[in-house]
Design a protein around this ligand. Structure first.
Ligand code: DNO
Ligand code: MN
Length: 355
């Protein structure tokens, strides 16, 4: 188990590598070339530079989150093969840089979605939250302004201004894409990148949809146990794996997270482990990682990962904003460092009692 922290790269992240290096047990980061557009090629020299910055700080790169998949690939437009070709070359460059895990998602238009980025909890911390009634009132084609207002001046992954500028066009492009077509395009993509993944031993981990149900009339295909099984069967190769994000799968209160872990049958190259507090079937907020602060039993999650032989990369996921930190919502230092330490503690206890 490789405990990591997500780091957005020079110029984008308020958290420094020096700070990350001081979290007990964290030797590696998960990072990305944050300025890259989906579909764009990553050059070997850009990857080498990123790697150098991380290594100079005494850390390593455990994987990339994300190499984003373009909407052209998801929709299957005429540009798809050109973008897939760039993706393959990017994977090749990552493999040659000795990077062997890549996280991506296959959500149309929007990545993760929340209705609030700073809901105040009882203890005065603020968290990301989701309320379905609020989301039902949003006009998705005009979200740019509110996103900018809510995000503390940070660009957030999945909510880049370039993407927000194209919302109307993107919605039109998806008008004839249903869940079936989206799934077939995912399989097409995975089959195309198979040879390069196998050559360089790269494990791909698809991130679940967040929230794990269709929103704004757009299809979602990675929502629970059945979709995990369907995808692992469709491309039944070790390189095709799942990013086990408890907060995303857990957004659907009917999902049994331990059953999902078992359904992954060992193909979890990457785990995002975080807690949620359910307030009603239509409302949840993110919580501290500690089980008793939310609705998810974190011990059971870690124990099931352990019992199913999990040996991948793991990270705490979104943290609360605490101790007056100013950072990208969900991605401050303090609460994620607490999360990493707590998860490491659970793992140590589980491991020692198993032995
Ligand atoms: C949000 C993240 C997602 C995730 C992507 C993976 O904070 O969990 O943006 O990184 O969906 O491609
Ligand atoms: Mn996640």
């Amino acid at each position: 188990m490789d405990m990591t922290l997500r780091w957005y790269g020079p110029g984008y992240d308020s958290v420094t590598l020096k700070q990350i290096r001081q979290i007990p047990g964290v030797k590696n980061v998960i990072t990305t070339l944050f300025g890259k557009q989906a579909g764009e090629l990553w050059l070997p020299e850009e990857i080498a530079e990123l790697k150098k910055v991380v290594c100079d700080a005494g850390l390593g790169i455990a994987g990339i989150e994300s190499v984003n998949v373009s909407d052209d690939i998801k929709i299957g437009t005429a540009k798809r093969d050109e973008h897939i070709d760039n993706y393959i070359k990017t994977l090749q460059a990552l493999g040659e840089a000795d990077i062997h895990m890549v996280c991506y998602n296959f959500m149309p238009v929007f990545d993760w979605t929340r209705s609030e980025l700073a809901r105040v909890r009882e203890d005065g911390s603020t968290v990301l939250a989701y309320n379905q009634d609020t989301v039902d009132m949003i006009d998705p084609e005009h979200m740019k302004e509110s996103v900018e207002k809510m995000s503390n001046g940070f660009v957030m992954p999945g909510w880049e201004p370039e993407r927000l500028d194209r919302l109307k066009e993107l919605f039109e492009m998806y008008s004839d894409v249903d869940a079936e077509k989206l799934f077939n395009n995912l399989v097409y993509f995975l089959e195309a990148i198979g040879p390069v993944c196998e050559k360089y031993d790269i494990k791909m981990g698809i991130h679940p949809d967040d929230p794990a149900w269709p929103i704004f009339g757009l299809p979602r295909i990675m929502t629970g146990k059945d979709s995990v099984t369907r995808l692992l069967d469709a491309v039944d190769k070790p390189y095709n794996g799942i990013t086990l994000c408890t907060g995303s799968f857990g957004s659907n209160q009917n999902n049994d997270l331990c059953e999902i872990i078992k359904a992954c049958r060992g193909r979890i190259p990457f785990a995002h482990v975080r807690n949620l507090k359910y307030n009603s079937p239509r409302d949840f907020e993110e919580a501290a990682h500690l089980s008793s602060d939310g609705s998810i039993d974190m011990y059971k999650i870690m124990k099931t990962l352990y019992d199913t032989g999990f040996d991948g990369v793991i990270r705490p996921d979104h943290g609360r904003m605490i101790w007056d930190e100013v950072a990208m919502p969900g991605y401050g230092l303090y609460d994620r460092a607490l999360g990493a330490t707590y998860l490491n503690g659970l793992w140590e206890a589980i491991d020692k009692s198993a032995k």
